[in-house]
Design a protein around this ligand. Structure first.
Ligand code: NAD
Length: 306
């Protein structure tokens, strides 16, 4: 297959490009606008591989996208504005990239000869869950601008499956962590500050719970869905590893050998979701299961950043 990976110079996208080059015979075209969040350094080890091509460009550029899709079998759309705090400051780039950019790709895909279109989404589209877990049939209740634009993109993508018969699939994963994540995100920020002996800012009282999935597990799940998923279906991807943010900070401090006194509680994020948790039976039925424990994944992540 020739796979177009958008946003492949970012965190999860670059890990997925590595996964494809190292584990498949597929040819990969990476399309990335190299915003503040993307860097070619994330692709250093694979960028010149004979089965890899890098294109600097924007998913909102219809001419470019149409041209690229002439020779592509599958699209995996990671490209997005992805940081909730930034979406609270200004939602505009989130609407244009996450919604309009996805629409541009979908329109080009309808015209092209695309066998699979995988839209990468997030557990945040369901909103918070205080008890139990979300499954793929639960209603959407996004509670911040980032999540709302991702929900919009999901619905648009799924509508192209029913309206145009485009073979669209959607994955919704829980929080990822691992090598190459941008330093603005929780775990890289905690690691860099802990190793420098700086305070670790934690929103509110630190009780907000996230389900942490190691990025390599997510990449394997994404590829399984791309290969074996049913068009028109949504697949949650998670690990079952639920940890409050305060505990994540403590584990980082323990792993780097620093004092818990570095934890500093700061004013909470507006509309901060209390807990996310996913039911992953559907993706498990495709034969996938998470392999990384949180402690192993954290050690690998810390090794990468240190
Ligand atoms: P990231 O911010 O690290 O990477 C996003 C990449 O997209 C960057 O390389 C950036 O340059 C590129 N990009 C942004 N706008 C673009 C545009 N208009 N055209 C082309 N490229 C553009 O994000 P990430 O954490 O790797 O997330 C990737 C995807 O996974 C996103 O769709 C996100 O919503 C989803 N997701 C992330 C997580 C997580 O925990 N990180 C969890 C669930 C879902």
């Amino acid at each position: 297959m020739r796979i177009l990976v958008t946003g492949g110079a970012g965190f999860i996208g670059s890990n997925y490009v590595h996964y494809l080059i190292e584990n498949t015979d597929d040819t990969v075209v990476t399309l990335d606008a190299l915003t503040y969040a993307g860097t070619k350094e994330n692709l250093e080890a694979v960028i010149d591989h004979p089965r890899h091509e890098f294109v600097e460009g924007d998913i909102r550029d219809r001419t470019l996208v149409t041209e690229l899709l002439e020779d592509i079998d599958a699209v995996v759309n990671f490209a997005a504005e992805s940081h909730v705090d930034r979406s609270i400051q200004s939602s505009e780039p989130f609407v244009t990239t996450n919604v309009h950019g996805t629409q541009t790709l979908l329109d080009a895909a309808v015209e092209g000869n695309i066998e699979r279109f995988l839209q990468i989404s997030t557990d945040e589209v369901y909103g918070q869950v205080l008890d139990g877990t979300f499954n793929e049939d639960d209603p959407l209740d996004p509670r911040n601008p980032y999540a709302a634009t991702k929900a919009g993109a999901d619905l648009l993508a799924l509508s192209y499956e029913t309206t145009y018969d485009l073979p669209v699939l959607v994955t919704r994963s829980s929080n990822n962590y691992g090598p190459r994540q941008h330093p603005e995100k929780l775990i890289p920020k905690l690691v860099s500050r802990a190793t420098a002996g700086q305070s670790l800012p934690i929103y509110g009282d630190g009780s907000n719970v996230r389900e942490w999935t190691f990025v390599e597990d997510n990449c394997r799940a994404i590829h399984r869905v791309l290969q074996d998923g049913t068009p028109g279906e949504i697949y949650n991807i998670g690990s079952g590893v639920e940890i409050p943010n305060i505990e994540v900070a403590r584990r980082v401090l323990d792993t780097v050998g620093a004092s818990h006194d570095l934890i500093e509680f700061v004013e909470d994020r507006p509309g901060h979701d209390q807990r996310y948790a996913l039911d992953i039976q559907k993706v498990s039925a495709l034969g996938w299961e998470p392999q990384w424990s949180f402690d192993e994944g954290l050690e690998r992540t810390i090794d990468h950043f240190v």
